[in-house]
Structure formats: C-alpha cells, structure tokens
Design a protein around this ligand. Structure first.
Ligand code: 13P
Ligand code: SF4
Length: 357
C-alpha cells in the first residue's frame, strides 16, 4: 500500500493511543489487519469487544452487523466506528425484521410458535437479534452453532423431541449443523422463503419440520461446489479439504474438516509440515494463512471465487480517514443501535456468550 498512507495511519493510531481499540475480522485486508489490536472470528470479536471499557472509541474493521453487536456489548460511553458505512453483508440483508415478524405470525397460525425457539446467526441486523431475545432464543456464530442448537432444542423437549428451531438467516449453517452435528435428517429441515406467502410451506410441512431454515445464504461461500472438492482431490493427492460451514451442504459433506475462520487458522497452525490443504472461505484469509505457513501447501478451493466485497470496503484510506477524524475530535460513521433493540439484542447475545464453551 501507499507508504504515505501507512505513515499517516501509524501517526493517527499513535495519537489515539489507548483512547481507541481496533478490532479486525479475519476477512479484512492485510493493510487493515496490520493496525488491529485484536483479530478474530465473529465470536471472538464479540467476546473481546467489551475488553477495553476505558477506550473511548472502538474502531470496528469488519461489517455492519459486527459493529452493531460491538455497540450493544460495549459501555454507553464508548463509541463504535465502522470506517465505511457501505460495509454490509449480503446475507444479513436477506432477512428484514418485518419479514421475520411475518414469519413468526405464520408459525403462530400453524400452531407451532409456542414450540419453536429462534436462533439467529450473528450475521443479522440488531433488530432481528432483539426479536430473538424477546422470544427466548439465542444468537450463534459459526463456532458455536452446535451448542446453540442443542441449547435451543433442550428448551423444547430435546433434539429427539418434537420442538423446533427457526434458524435465520443462513440456511446452510443451520442445515449443516443440524444434519452433520446433531444427527437430524435432511427431511427434518424445511426452507422458509420470506418472499412467498406462508414462506412457501404448508402448515403441515411446518408442523412436521424440526429445523425451519430461513432462505438466506452467503454470496461468497455459496459459490463453492462439490465439483471444486472433487477437482482439488484429483489434482492434489492427499489434500485436506477445509471449509467454512456457510458452504452448501454438498460441499461440507465432501470436505474433511469444517469450521469458523478462527478454526481454519488454528487447523493450519496444527498441521504437519509438508501437508496439503484446500481451503474454502474468503480469499484475504486464505492468502494470509498460505503466507504464514510456507512449509505447508495451501490451495484455494476455487480460484475464481473472490473476496467478500463488503469486507473489502474497509481499506486503508477509510481507516486513515476514520482515525484522523477521531484525532481531530470528529466522530465519523458511528454505529448506534436504538436502546430498546439494544436491550433485547443483548439478551440474545449474552445468552450466546453464556453457552458452554
Ligand atoms: P466467522 O464467524 O467464522 O468469523 O465468519 C463470519 C462470516 O461472516 C463468514 O462469512
Ligand atoms: Fe456476509 Fe458472506 Fe461477507 Fe461473511 S463472507 S460478511 S456472510 S457476505
């Protein structure tokens, strides 16, 4: 990156000192990660957001829903800044609170709302997390989806009972976790399409289901296919295929290992020198992992899949602008969740943070 800009970033970071705390998600660009005090997956960043209550500013290098969660979890005095407001998440955009409320009304009409626990993936708006808190559910991330689902099913009679989970908004994480980790069958899962009346399902289909999956997905991970796994296995004998659980069921089933971004990093740290890996997740992370392990062969699962375009919105110019503005006393791009939503979203986030490790 531009050496002048790096110099300005260093100067602004030094001027802010302990007044600022910079968090960076693993999908961020190298030029941004260089300035992060803590890097992590979305769970670790939620845990760490509140780690520096004395810092006036929490600069969140990640996407909007993560910064909202940081605002909810930090003190009222702390201000959370997202260096580019256009850093959203296409998956989070696939569920709007109005649609979720309508979906719940459909479950009520089918007579199953009382027997259903909402579980929302971190990748959702604060309003949906608040809905989840109000209805006795929990937030989860890709690193604790299994415990979150077990906890939710335990509230309504256990995994082997008849209770249900409404899982939003990532159908793949919900399906992969229910089938591969909880032992449910694909037939236990139905997809609720918010664009269709009644979700596109009959009341009987809803009553028969155990996992009601929101029709949402990640545009980056949705592009990996089983073909990619077959191709890399043919090309690289003995390769270990490691993918994120936002990938389609066929991909996760064909892979050797599945886990969050933090899990992927740890798996490579623990890997034998000389071993070969094909990783199915966002490209900034895969490139960094490859660079960190020159003694291991790291392949990208599909060379045509690119970066997460919204994660990439946060670049050094935006970070410099945000930090220099704070140095000059102007708080730009502050993320504020309204008090009522913040209260109930916190209930659902605290529930996640209290799940057994
Ligand atoms: P992690 O929870 O693994 O960090 O994933 C977040 C995300 O947005 C993946 O697309
Ligand atoms: Fe959202 Fe996918 Fe980007 Fe993660 S990788 S922030 S789920 S669009």
């Amino acid at each position: 990156s531009d050496p002048d800009l790096v110099e300005r970033a260093r100067a602004a970071r030094a001027a802010l000192g302990d007044r600022a705390f910079v968090l960076g998600h693993h999908y961020q660009r190298d030029e941004v990660i260089d300035f992060a005090d803590v890097t992590g997956d979305s769970f670790k960043l939620a845990q760490r957001a509140a780690a520096r209550p004395e810092a006036e500013f929490v600069i969140f290098c990640g996407v909007h829903f993560m910064a909202e969660s940081a605002d909810i979890l930090t003190t009222d005095a702390q201000q959370v800044v997202l260096p580019d407001m256009a850093a959203g998440c296409s998956m989070a955009d696939m569920a709007e609170i109005g649609q979720v409320e309508e979906a719940w009304a459909v479950l009520e009409d089918a007579g199953i709302a009382g027997d259903t626990v909402p579980v929302t993936y971190m990748n959702s708006t604060a309003a949906i997390k608040a809905f989840t808190g109000r209805h006795g559910g929990t937030v989860c991330t890709s690193s604790n989806a299994q415990v979150a689902l077990r906890w939710a099913f335990d509230k309504v009679g256990g995994v082997d009972g008849t209770g249900k989970v409404l899982f939003m908004p990532d159908q793949h994480l919900g399906r992969n976790t229910a089938v591969l980790q909880l032992g449910m069958s694909l037939d236990d899962c139905v997809v609720f399409d918010p664009r269709k009346p009644g979700g596109g399902l009959t009341a009987q289909e809803l009553r028969d289901a155990r996992m009601i999956l929101w029709r949402g997905h990640c545009s980056v991970h949705g592009r990996f296919s089983q073909r990619n796994v077959d191709d890399v296995r043919a090309k690289v004998p003995g390769v270990n295929v490691l993918v994120h659980p936002e990938c389609k069921h066929e991909v996760v089933t064909a892979a050797d290992m599945v886990g969050s971004t933090e899990y992927i990093i740890k798996a490579l740290e623990a890997a034998e020198p000389g071993s070969s890996w094909a990783i199915g997740t966002e490209l900034n992370l895969v490139r960094r992992v490859a660079r960190a392990h020159p003694d291991k062969q790291v392949h990208y699962l599909d060379s045509t899949v690119c970066f997460c375009s919204t994660m990439n919105r946060i670049d050094l110019p935006h970070l410099v602008w945000a930090m220099e503005s704070l140095v000059e006393g102007r708080v730009v791009n502050r993320i504020v969740v309204d008090a009522d939503d913040a209260h109930w979203a916190r209930v659902a986030l605290d529930q996640m943070l209290a799940l057994p490790g």
